[in-house]
Write a protein that binds this ligand. Structure first.
Ligand code: ADP
Ligand code: MG
Length: 697
């Protein structure tokens, strides 16, 4: 039997495969391109393309695709076969360097936020040699960036790669100041823990809301939910176990470092965590992981729900984005060091993240904003919409002591002068007890927990990288000319702690008291996507992205437009699905139930007045009342849906959905959910929460 080490990465055209198959000079030229970021010359590209094609054909591939990540949030591919016809009618299999490097998919149907006029349908895909090509379902997939005709980014990869360059540049400046001359490149690393639900496919298919929107728009709570905490880390059911095994095998073949799989807190909820890797690759791998999860689940007669809040009242699914910065020598810059100098450096990077998160709370909130995530944030173990950081008591105390160290008489405080003493190591379990913190320091990395499960990790990491790069730039500007480095460093760190400690919060993020306190501290509380998005266009934010060349101003405007449009589109589908379900299924079912009860009531009455009809009377009255409410709410939603169509600007539209439509959707849901608790099971038209959450036996 083949072991994992035999087949790990066997479907990836990796560095080792390239080394084996390319002439030495071509391989070296390729490596140089990776190291320096220079363009690959076309002769070498031809050689690589040819080797890639031969390898892919040996593995049974007949087609190739430029695999990219448009702003829809999912991946896109258009398959082309390798065949080229010859004059004599035969075909040969060909793949040129040009085809490898650049593609021109018809891009007119991808969101562009006005960047690409519809008459200019062309878009370009450009090979990203930093992420390896792989074979998926018999197709050679080449990771690419996707741009408009004018070179503007129409995808998630391009800004991410630019942000990695920005943080690389600024971090190297800082590292030089600490004498790290041997470091030539710095990359951020990410390990995204992916949560998901598994439900039985047959049960799923009976719910229009799940089929059309990925979440339940109606549904009363079942008698048993997650209150017993008996699912978290519980024994994995055989059917789920079989799915996880296949999933791991597929992911390992694709070189994805799937590491940990376990049951999550809610029934039917699970998690997969990979071993962390370079952010760009982690992003590609997370997309592959989500896609493979959905495919494997189907093969096992299940559906994998990636929505961030498939069930109201039950934990939502997030994606914990573990983030750190690493040098080409493998040093983690967020790891407290062994020596005072290393610790001073650690503290500086820590402070950079603190300042970045405080200065760009709004952009971090926006980076995880979506219609689906709005339902998740602030409920059932998900972090609230207020961005704050958890550092743990020990680290917070250290920072506070540094801030207060004017009094050098106190020995203990003096100990904490930056660069003088070695900091204690922070045991992991003391730094990670708070499950609801938006951004928690967990010993040697930050865990950004606001991400919803379905979204790409590209956006949040682009924001984190750029914000930290900006702060590091400021630090480097201050320290590079310093005559007294140690003193200035100490002053800088103290200043950051003083000015930005408001972002540090180690308490319970659900407490109403925190909402008030956060307001008092001047922190933002952007509850919904339409509340958050306008901050994208604020001068300081536009300046951040343009200064670091991560987004141009045009791109920011386009992305703003796309985010608003996306929000509206999702809500439009949800509203239409709700109306459809209520009108076509729910109200008729309730009517039939009322009819049956009324028949019984009449039958009982014909027997005589002495027969008690309390049950039928009460239920008929309640159900009739509720169905009238529901019916009126449906009518209201129909009117509002017509009205929202008349609004032109996408941000005004989004606001209308939020302020006018969502409240009515909630009211309709309340009425319907109550009817569900009153109707007989026989008459209820959809599988219940209980049926769904416990559908996989
Ligand atoms: P826990 O499961 O308690 O949250 P783990 O140590 O298992 O913590 O890590 C969770 C995730 O964090 C994993 O995906 C892991 O690979 C990732 N991770 C660990 N170190 C780093 C790092 N330096 N940079 C980015 N991610 C990391
Ligand atoms: Mg975690």
């Amino acid at each position: 039997m083949k072991t994992v080490t035999d087949f790990f990465g066997c479907d990836v055209f990796s560095a080792s495969v390239m080394k084996e198959r390319l002439p030495a000079e071509a391989y070296e030229e390729f490596q140089r391109t990776l190291d320096t970021g220079h363009r690959l010359n076309i002769e070498v590209a031809d050689i690589i393309a040819n080797a890639m094609k031969d390898w892919a054909i040996e593995k049974g591939a007949t087609h190739f695709t430029h695999w990219f990540q448009p702003l829809t949030g999912v991946t896109a591919e258009k398959h082309d076969s390798f065949i080229t016809s010859k004059k004599d009618g035969r075909v040969i299999m060909e793949f040129s360097g040009k085809e490898l490097i650049q593609g021109e998919p018809d891009a007119s149907s991808f969101p562009s936020g006005g960047l690409r006029a519809t008459f200019e349908a062309r878009g370009y895909t450009a090979w990203d040699p930093t992420s390896f090509a792989f074979i998926k379902n018999g197709v050679l997939c080449i990771p690419t960036a996707f741009c408009s005709y004018g070179g503007e980014a129409l995808d998630k990869k391009t800004p991410l790669l630019r942000s990695m360059e920005a943080i690389n540049k600024q971090t190297l400046r800082i590292l030089k100041l600490f004498g790290n001359e041997d470091v030539v490149a710095v990359k951020t690393t990410v390990g995204p823990e992916q949560e998901y639900f598994l439900v039985d496919a047959e049960v799923f298919n009976k719910r229009k809301d799940l089929v059309y929107t990925g979440r339940t728009l109606f549904g009363a709570m079942p008698p048993k939910g997650q209150e017993l905490d008996d699912h978290y880390f519980g024994a994995i059911k055989p059917r789920v176990q079989a799915f996880m095994k296949d999933l791991d095998d597929e992911l390992w073949r694709l070189g994805v470092l799937a590491k940990t799989e376990h049951n999550e807190a809610a029934p039917a909820q699970h998690e997969l965590a990979p071993i962390f890797t370079t952010t760009n690759i982690a992003t590609d791998h997370n997309q592959i992981t989500m896609e493979t999860m959905q495919k494997c689940a189907k093969q096992h007669g299940m559906i994998c729900l990636l929505h961030e809040k498939p069930f109201a009242g039950v934990n939502g699914s997030g994606k914990h984005n573990n983030w750190s910065i690493s040098t080409n020598n493998g040093t983690n810059l967020l790891e407290p060091g062994e020596t005072p100098a290393e610790n001073a450096q650690f503290l500086l990077f820590l402070c950079a993240v603190i300042k970045a998160v405080d200065d760009y709370q709004d952009l971090l909130r926006i980076s995880i904003a979506s219609a689906g995530n709005d339902h998740r944030l602030g409920a059932q173990e998900a972090p609230p919409a207020i961005v704050s950081m958890f550092l743990g008591e020990e680290l917070t105390e250290i920072l506070e002591s540094i801030e207060r160290d004017e009094d050098y008489d106190n020995r203990e405080k003096e100990m904490l002068k930056v660069g003088v003493h070695v900091l204690p190591r922070f045991p992991k379990d003391t730094t990670d007890r708070n499950r609801t913190s938006p951004l928690a320091f967990t010993g040697n990395k930050f865990e950004f927990r606001m991400l919803g499960s379905s979204a790409s990790v590209a956006g949040p990491n682009t924001t984190l990288n750029t914000a930290v790069a900006e702060v590091l730039k400021g630090f480097a500007d201050t320290l590079e000319g310093s005559a007294d480095f140690e003193n200035d460093l100490h002053k800088l760190i103290k200043g950051v702690i003083k000015n930005h400690k408001r972002i540090i919060f180690n308490g319970n993020g659900y407490d109403d008291a925190w909402v008030k306190e956060a307001e008092g501290r001047g922190l933002l509380n952007l509850k919904t996507t339409p509340d958050a998005l306008p901050y994208m266009l604020h001068d300081k934010n536009v300046k951040l992205y343009t200064d670091h060349k991560v987004y141009s101003e045009t791109e920011i405007k386009a992305h703003y437009e796309i985010k608003n449009e996306k929000y509206c589109k999702y809500l439009n589908i949800e509203v239409l699905t709700m109306i459809d379900m209520a009108k076509k299924d729910i109200l008729p079912c309730v009517s039939r139930n009322i009819h049956e009860l009324a028949d019984t009531l009449i039958a009982k009455r014909t027997i005589g007045d002495f027969v008690d009809t309390t049950y039928e009377e009460t239920l008929v009255t309640k159900l009739s009342g509720l169905s009238s409410v529901a019916f009126n709410k449906v009518a209201e939603l129909e009117e509002l849906s017509a009205e929202v169509k008349t609004i032109e600007e996408s941000d005004a539209k989004a606001m209308f959905y939020k302020n006018r439509i969502i409240p009515v959707m909630s009211e309709l849901r309340v009425a319907v959910d109550e009817m569900e608790t009153l109707c007989s099971s026989e008459h209820w038209c959809y599988p219940s929460y209980g049926d769904l959450l416990f559908s996989v036996k």
